[in-house]
Design a binder for this molecule. Sequence first.
Ligand code: ADP
Ligand code: TRP
Length: 319
Amino acid sequence: MRILSGIQPSGTLHIGNYFGAMQKIVQAQEEGELYAFIASYHALTSVKNKDELKNNIFEVAANFLAIGMDPEKSTFWAQHDVKEVLELYWILSNSCSMGLLERAHSYKDKTSRGIGANHGLFSYPVLMAADILLYDSQIVPVGKDQIQHVEMTRDIATSFNHLYGDILTIPQSKVDEKVATVPGTDGAKMSKSYGNTINMFGSKKIIKKQVMGIVTDSKGLEDVKDYSTCNIYTLCKLFMNENELANLRDRYETPGEGYGHFKLTLLDQITQYFAPYATKREALLANPKQVQEALDFGAQKARKVAAAKMEIIRDAVGL
Ligand code: ADP
Ligand code: TRP
């Protein structure tokens, strides 16, 4: 079974990215033949600064390698190193109606938040379809917000196959309902665009500040508190086992502690969870050549598959 997913290098990675996407991608190495890439072309829709983009690409690569991406076992590359994807993007544009793109939630969301509409943003789902279809992907693990994009990929592939024959593999999205949406410090979906994130890695001072900023109700030390509606508890669920959670629930229901204490418990959990990965990441950041070599190796493997598929597609359309 071929599994493919990508993540945009569009900013500092947060625990929503980790639990919603990166962890699932790395785990997929045990479930099938994994193709994972850094969606660098997609990031051009939001990152307009050269150094920032280069740095983000490197960071995502180092983070993935740190959390267990194995470049020997899987194919792991940067999107812009396999240019066949742009050729397929153009070919697929001709099997994609304007109406389909106009209905994309992510495009509507972004433009409604004042992000200038341009063609890159509008046609983003077609490039994503090319990513998926170029490698005959069967399963695409994504966060909930990306399901529609995979649905659009299926529509585009179906239209293409209708015209040219059974050439493209129709993929399926896979969402882990348990962690479908990780809440941010304000309770809304954690997202770098909302400024409510908790970083995966980085200085303890910054992560502490983010955790201490989690919004709660105003109950005091002596009040009994409701864990079921509390953001701190929801985030703790990502890190704790059932015994630890039962213990935390007791603490909510026993007067004497405040939200500050629960936040420190969460902070400890986050730090402990990511500590082994953080050590590995530091070593990679100190050795950028190793990171680049891993990406180059992955691009070579991906290019072979992409070139073979493009020959079939070119032939099918008459090029
Ligand atoms: P952001 O919302 O911070 O801009 P991206 O859109 O770059 O994040 O998302 C990268 C990946 O992480 C996607 O697969 C997305 O579904 C996943 N993801 C982002 N935020 C969350 C979240 N709060 N909960 C679960 N998954 C998330
Ligand atoms: N759009 C995805 C995101 O924002 C990233 C992405 C690009 C992707 N191409 C993909 C994900 C192909 C899965 C498959 O998270």
